[in-house]
Ligand binder design. Structure first.
Ligand code: DHB
Length: 307
């Protein structure tokens, strides 16, 4: 009874993996396909295959994780070739696309528009490529990209947003999104360029970019909730909104439901726990809702109460 939909694509439950951990290779995607996750989301692809940043580039933290992977992926053609076998596992396929220019994004979006993928999530918020600012923090660039990416085919286009921390930024980004046929947004990506220091070794805990990396997990749940809630209020009920950030229990997922998310994605918890997290959190969410007397997600979606 946790059926939902995003941009018209039906999902059998509220939870899927986030683009990020354990979704780069065919083998990893096959494991997600056989899990309880409601969809298969691929690692952000680039035009060419990439090795990513030097290791160590990921570290578990007591309250989450920090990472600067640097977009290691097989290159978009490999994911294009994989779409039929991913679809054969019987759930929607969400392709994450992260080109280094509008031209690259156009080429990749056009290619996946002609595939059997269900949703295209264009990543405007990778913080980990040295010298490449996050598009989502540059409103002019965001608008320039959207003006070229939304009319390349009929499949719903969504964008993966960076976390925002100011009401004026929520308003500016919402105003841009409203000018284009963006069908869903995924918020939030990691908080970019944070620094975790190990006082024993007197050094950062990851190697790329002098230790600067994206902060994930428990630390960012209040930020993800704020972003989902703000965009739900600014963009209305017709916008698909996927919540991400610090979900590791059913009650975390329920908080995102109250904030207005149509579905949620799991990254750090999936990295730490593996694919059993999807079934566990789904059961916890279902039990939590039953205890409160809610029959379906719509009974609580967006219904955060005033204090
Ligand atoms: C990577 C990290 C991100 O937060 C993202 O959106 C895309 C890629 C990475 O470092 O691989």
């Amino acid at each position: 009874n946790l059926q939902t939909s995003v941009a018209g694509v039906a999902l059998s439950s509220y939870l899927m993996n986030a683009s990020g951990p354990k979704c780069t290779t065919a083998e990893e995607l096959n494991i997600i396909g056989h899990s309880q996750a409601a969809a298969i989301v691929t690692k952000s692809c680039t035009f060419e295959a990439r090795q990513g940043n030097p290791e160590p580039r990921y570290r578990d933290l007591p309250l989450g994780s920090i990472q600067s992977m640097g977009l290691p992926n097989l290159g978009y053609q490999a994911y294009l070739d994989m779409v039929p076998s991913l679809k054969a596992m019987g759930k929607p396929v969400v392709i994450s696309i992260s080109g280094f220019s509008i031209a690259e994004n156009r080429t990749m979006v056009t290619a996946f528009q002609q595939s059997d993928a269900d949703l295209l999530e264009v990543n405007f918020s990778c913080p980990n490529i040295p010298g490449k600012p996050q598009i989502a923090y540059d409103f002019e660039q965001t608008e320039a990209a959207l003006s070229q990416l939304c009319q390349l085919g009929d499949k719903p286009i969504g964008i993966k947003l960076a976390p925002y921390f100011d009401m004026s930024h929520f308003e500016s980004m919402a105003a841009i999104i409203k000018r284009y046929p963006v069908k869903f947004i995924t918020c939030v990506n990691s908080i970019g360029n944070t620094l975790v220091i190990d006082p024993e070794t007197e050094s950062p805990v990851i190697k790329p970019k002098g230790g600067y990396g994206g902060l994930c997990g428990d630390y960012i749940k209040p930020i993800g909730l704020a972003n989902v809630r703000a965009f739900r209020q600014l963009l209305g009920d017709d916008m698909g909104i996927i919540g991400v950030g610090g979900i590791k229990t059913g009650s975390d997922a329920f908080e995102y439901l109250l904030a207005g998310a149509d579905a949620v994605q799991i990254a750090t918890c999936f990295e730490k726990e593996g694919p059993s997290c999807f079934q566990r959190i789904e059961q916890e969410l279902s039990d939590f809702m039953a205890k409160k007397g809610y029959q379906q997600l719509s009974d609580a979606k967006g219904k955060l109460k005033a204090l």
